[in-house]
Design a protein around this ligand. Structure first.
Ligand SMILES: [Zn+2]
Ligand SMILES: [Zn+2]
Length: 369
């Protein structure tokens, strides 16, 4: 009798394992894949026992991240991502002609009407609350910082986009820094950070000009440089490359290289990308996406020089391809988030704090993204 019971027990046992691991037995435990399976709406675990899949649950999307490809949301449970396009079609920007305009040339080419390139001397009014109109402005960082400090502008600094395009230049034969010692020099932009930086590097190098004269802007020293063979000037790219076309005997000395010798920093924080707080309020995603697009546009200035040179000529930012190819690499166009460039901004500011409104920029001046 006992023997029969054992046989029966074994038969049931074999039956159980022999047919299928999950026959319709009430004590069966379903098994599932450990990896998530998902569709657009739900995530769930697929069954491995031949029965129904695990319960479907809706994705739990995070608040999203602005990327090159748009806004990307990630499900915090299964890791699936979904993408939403962000259109920057309506974004407007003002910048001075010259290096800052070059930085955004490839964007301006796509939507010319949204860009205004103004004379360098007029850029402050683009930042001033009373006359501001653009979502973004590229301007000297000190100008934006000063207006912000004075309560005349509420534009925030998003990024540093140029790191110095200043050069001492002259037609003199074998022109060197020592030629400035005991000689007259003409700088542009009295009471500007450019003049302060030029004076700073000269003083630190022990160079004392016999006299320092000032004209309004780089275009004025460019004229002087080309017309007076004995003139020594402070000028800026791309104006110098244009002058060299007519006077190939012009020699230029980089103020940025001298600044690097003195501070260890790779150029000074010259022009910045400023954002209008009303644009942030309207749609922060568009603002953040646009900043990414500016960084890509800037990258192209070194990775696709020929293409950017052609665009700059098409947009009449530069007179011809030769000037463009020579000047663009000399404009020190490079993108760095303002929050990451803070120490370098402060090094530049400390050379002449009065150009920054008498104090280092406050935390709120920096746009966080
Ligand atoms: Zn099962
Ligand atoms: Zn999910």
């Amino acid at each position: 009798m006992n023997f029969k019971k054992i046989i029966l027990f074994l038969a049931v046992l074999f039956g159980l394992f022999g047919v299928s691991s999950c026959d319709k037995k009430e004590d069966h435990t379903h098994t599932y894949e450990t990896a998530w399976t998902y569709d657009d709406t739900y995530h769930y675990h697929k069954s491995t026992c031949g029965h129904e899949d695990g319960p479907k649950e809706e994705h739990k999307w995070d608040s999203g991240k602005v990327t090159d490809e748009g806004k990307v949301f990630t499900c915090s449970v299964c890791g699936k991502t979904k993408k939403e396009d962000i259109s920057i079609e309506t974004v407007t920007l003002s910048a001075p002609k010259g290096a800052p305009a070059i930085a955004v040339a490839s964007l301006a080419k796509q939507k010319e009407d949204n860009y205004s390139f103004v004379a360098a001397t007029n850029i402050s009014s683009e930042l001033a609350t009373a006359t501001a109109k653009s979502d973004f402005v590229i301007a000297p960082i000190n100008a934006g910082a000063k207006l912000y400090k004075l309560g005349k502008s509420n534009y925030k600094l998003a990024a540093v986009v140029t790191w110095g395009n200043l050069y001492f230049a002259s037609q003199k034969e074998n022109f060197s820094l020592n030629d400035i010692n005991g000689n007259k020099i003409t700088l542009f932009g009295q009471n500007s950070i450019n003049a302060s930086l030029a004076n700073y590097v000269l003083a630190q190098k022990g160079i004392t000009p016999s006299s320092v004269e000032y004209v309004a802007e780089a275009a004025d020293t460019q004229t002087l440089l080309a017309s007076d063979a004995s003139a020594i000037v402070l000028c800026a790219e791309p104006a110098i490359s244009a002058a060299k076309l007519k006077k190939p005997n012009i020699t230029s000395i980089s103020v940025q290289s001298l600044y690097k010798e003195l501070t260890g920093n790779d150029g000074f924080t010259q022009a910045g990308l400023f954002v209008n707080p009303s644009a942030i309020e309207r749609n922060k995603d568009i603002v953040d996406k646009y900043i990414l697009e500016v960084s890509k546009s800037i990258e192209k200035c070194s990775s696709s020089l020929d293409e950017i040179a052609q665009i700059c000529v098409d947009l009449k930012l530069l007179p011809n391809l030769n000037v463009a190819k020579s000047a663009i690499p000399l404009c020190s166009v490079k993108f760095m988030k303002a929050t990451e460039a803070k120490a370098q901004i402060e090094t530049t500011a400390n050379i002449d704090l009065s150009q920054f409104g008498g104090a280092l920029p406050v935390e709120e001046f920096y746009y966080q993204f």
